[in-house]
Design a protein around this ligand. Sequence first.
Ligand code: PLP
Length: 396
Amino acid sequence: MSKLHAPLLDVKREYIYPIIEKKLELLQQTTHPDEIINLGIGDISLPLAKTIQQAICLAVEEMGDEQTLRGYPPGLGFAFLREKIAEVEYGDLRISPEEIFISDGINSDASNFQELFAHHASVGIPDPSYPVYLDVNLMAGRSKYIHILPCREDNGFIPQPPEVVLDFVYLCTPSNPMAVAMSRDDLKAWIDYAKKTGCILLIDNAYSAFVRSKDVPKSIYELEGAHEVAIEMRSFSKSAGFTGLRCAYSVVPKGLVGHIEGKEFSIHKLWSMRMATKSNGVAYPIQRGAEAALSEKGREETKTQVDHYLAETKRLKEGLLHLGHSVFGGLDAPYVWWKVPGGKTGWEFFDELLQKHQILSVPGSAFGKEGEHFVRLSGFTKKETVEKALKKIGKL
Ligand code: PLP
C-alpha cells in the first residue's frame, strides 16, 4: 500500500473550466457557432506579434546549426533575458538581473513560492482571487493556517491588511477576477504592515502591462520599502500573447529575509538554490521571443494589442453601465466584474446568459465565496463580439 499525501483531498473546489466547457459543448449541439459569444475564458485572441514570431523562428534555426546549437538552458534564466527585463521593465527601480528569475508562468511561480515557508506558516489569501493561491496552500497541508482577506464592494474589492500577523500573503494587482488595481496608498498600507510584522508579500502582477490609471504603480518597487518585503511575479502571457508559449519571471530582491529557528536567512539565496535544483529552465527560442517582446518594436506591437483588449473591455463596461447594470473593474485589467441583477447567484445567471442568450461568462464563485453574486466577462475579444453581446444583454 503506498501512502499518499492526504492534504490533496483538502481541495474541495470543483475545477470550473471543464464544467463550463461541458455546458458549452451541449449548447454547441443545438446552436450555430456564430451565435455563441465567448466572453468566458481569459485567454488571448490576437496572433503573436511579428517581431516575436521572427525572433523565435531565428532561435529555432540556431538550434538546427551545430555552431549555434544550445542545450539545457540555465535554471534561473538566460542572462540576455534577465538583463533585458532589468533594463526595460525596472529601469531605475534598483532591480538587478540576478534578482530576476525566469520561469514558464506565474501559475508555476505562485504555486512554488509557498515552498519557501514553513508548513505551519500563516498565509493571507484574497477572496475572490486567482484560484491557484488557495488550492496550492491547501495541497501543501496549510488548511489550518489560511487567513481569508475578503474583497467586497464596500472595500472597493481591495484586500486590507488584517489585525493578525501573517507570514506571507498573496496580492494580485491589477486583480483577476475583479479587475481593479491597488493604488499607491493601498500598496503602501501593505508595505507598512509587512515591515511591522515581518510578512512577505507575493505580488501577482500578471496584468502590469494593462495599468493605465495614474495613481496605480506598475511595480511595487516604485514604493519605498518594497525591496525589503515584496516578491513580484510578472508574465509575458497576457502582455505579449505568450499563453501558449510559456514565459514569465519573478523578482526576488536580495534584501528579503526570513527566519529558520530564529536565525535570519536570505530569501534570494534560498530561492536561487531551489530554482537551480528544481528547474531545467525555459526553452531557448521562447526566451529569445520574450527578449524580442521587450525590444522597441516588440513593445510597440504588444502595446497595440493590450490597448485593443482594454478598448473592448471599456466598450463592454460602458455598454453594461448604459443598460443600468452594476459593473466594476475594467480600467487597468481586461475583465469586467458584473454584479448579478435580481439577487441570483453567479451560477444561475451564468446558465441564464448561456441558455437564453448564448453568452459564455465565468461564475464569480469559481474565484471564491465572495464572488457568489458576480460573473466575470473577458475583454480578450473583438468589437463585433462585444456589440453582439450588448445587443443580447439589452433584451435580458
Ligand atoms: N495570475 C493571474 C492573476 C492570472 O489571471 C493568470 C492567468 O489568467 C495567471 C496568473 C497565469 O499566468 P501564466 O500564464 O503566466 O501562468
